[in-house]
Design a protein around this ligand. Structure first.
Ligand SMILES: *Cc1c(COP(=O)(O)O)cnc(C)c1O
Length: 432
């Protein structure tokens, strides 16, 4: 079937100019479409489940600004809250009541969090959590998992996922080797490897940091007992367990992925949904650990815009809407509808694939083998993904421009959006 070509003249002109002004034309690498080979479109506006580009094309959006847009784009309650807050001052650098309101909400929703501090990004939250774990334990080494992405802090850019993976440079230039040597990166879902790492580094591991449901090599699912095992090993060896819930927090449940898994981490990090689309991160956990932060303790962490009133207002409004709309239950229903429609199409097209879903997060790996970890994800068929991506894009469906990114559903993905997506997939899958 031949389609009318999408017009892309305005996006192409903007990208050409951006390439001269911004490295790679983008302010975050994955946006450059390098992993599917093409050029990004430029957004003009977004509402609900739809994003429009500057050439007037509309797309059903499964990127959702990489996670934050859980209510859909530009939800009225969030837009109103930000406008009201802005009129009263865009930043104070003085404590404001909304910081206390959002902290109260996080502590109420996430039982493992007794105290919380706000940052301006997930990266900052993860960097600070690792520093805090090192300061608290007096140890220097950390364990992370291959393909888990914890932002671009130096200690955490070792075999990281997301853009770092897409660009085939898991270890960034500029990270001192001596620092990277303190980060042990192990395969996800491999408890024996974690046990061995603890035994080989007695009394030296400050923390294990993990995405409880990893979403930065596509979506991986934790095997039964994996997180319980991490908890037990951390306890046995005096290390802290950090759950990076920047992606899963306030998305999979009120209490994040940890609510469903039933394991209590010592520290958790947040971002994305908690900011309602504004730049926010947060980290929190055990009060006795958090109280090691300045000004109480010796671990320094700060931020001029941390607790920014607009960001706090956006986050508070977004979380209130999620609760008011019974959001987590509805997101599961929407996810189940997409899955129920897609699985038969995959079977019918006989495409070797693994479809993973947890609530409103999903990914499709073109792989005949089960995908348990980063290596399995990397072994999936990228050419098939590329064709699938552009086939959908030409039909007005935008999924992340990389096989190593999760898809995100929002409360705005109504039956029409899902049906349009399934129609597009039904046309594209048999061509792979
Ligand atoms: C996005 C992400 C981060 C980094 O957050 P930024 O706000 O992009 O700095 C950290 N951890 C996980 C799990 C993420 O998905």
């Amino acid at each position: 079937m031949s389609l009318p070509a999408r017009s892309t003249a305005k996006s192409r002109a903007l990208f050409a100019e951006a390439l001269n002004l911004i490295p790679g034309g983008v302010n975050s690498p994955v946006r450059a479409f390098r992993n599917v080979g093409g050029e990004p479109f430029f957004a003009a506006r977004a509402a609900g489940a739809t994003v429009w580009d500057v050439d007037g094309n509309a797309y059903v959006d499964y990127v959702g600004t990489w996670g934050p847009a859980i209510l859909g784009h530009a939800p009225e309650a969030v837009v109103r809250a930000v406008a009201e807050a802005a009129a009263l001052g865009t930043s104070f650098g003085i404590p404001n009541a909304r910081e206390v309101d959002l902290a109260r909400k996080v502590v109420a929703w996430v039982p493992s969090v007794e105290k919380v501090r706000m940052t301006s990004s997930g990266t900052e939250a993860c960097m600070a959590a690792v520093r805090l774990a090192r300061g608290f334990t007096g140890r220097e080494k950390i364990i992370k998992f291959e393909g888990c992405y914890h932002g671009h802090g130096d200690s955490l850019l070792v075999k990281a996922g997301s853009g770092a993976l897409t660009h085939g440079e898991p270890d960034s230039a500029g990270v001192p080797a001596a620092l990277a040597a303190l980060t042990l990166s192990l395969p996800f879902n491999d408890l024996a490897a974690v046990r061995a790492a603890f035994e080989a580094n007695p009394g030296e591991i400050a923390a294990v940091i993990v995405e409880p449901v990893p979403g930065n090599v596509g979506l991986l699912l934790p095997e039964l007992g994996f997180h319980e095992g991490l908890r037990a090993l951390c306890d046995a060896h005096g290390a802290l367990l950090i759950f990076d819930e920047v992606m899963t927090g306030f998305r999979l449940a009120k209490g994040g992925a940890q609510e469903g898994i039933g394991v209590r981490p010592d520290l958790s990090t947040f971002g994305k949904v908690i900011g309602g689309g504004l730049p926010v991160g947060a980290f929190g956990g055990r009060a006795d650990v958090m109280d090691h932060l300045a000004p109480l303790g010796k671990v320094y962490q700060a931020g001029t815009l941390s607790g920014n009133p607009l960001a706090m207002a956006a986050g508070l409004a977004q979380l209130a809407e999620l609760e008011r709309l019974d959001g987590f239950r509805k997101l599961e229903e929407i996810g189940a509808a997409l899955e129920a429609g897609l699985r038969p199409l995959l079977a019918k097209a006989r495409v070797p694939s693994q479809f993973h879903r947890r609530g409103s997060m999903f990914s499709l790996f073109f792989s005949a083998k089960p995908v348990r970890n980063c290596a399995d994800a990397l072994a999936s068929d990228r050419e098939a993904f590329k064709k699938f991506f552009f086939g959908l894009l030409d039909r007005g469906v935008y999924i992340a421009p990389s096989p190593f990114e999760a898809g995100f559903l929002s409360l705005a993905h109504g039956p029409e959006a899902i049906e349009a997506t399934l129609r597009a997939a039904a046309e594209v899958l048999p061509t792979l």
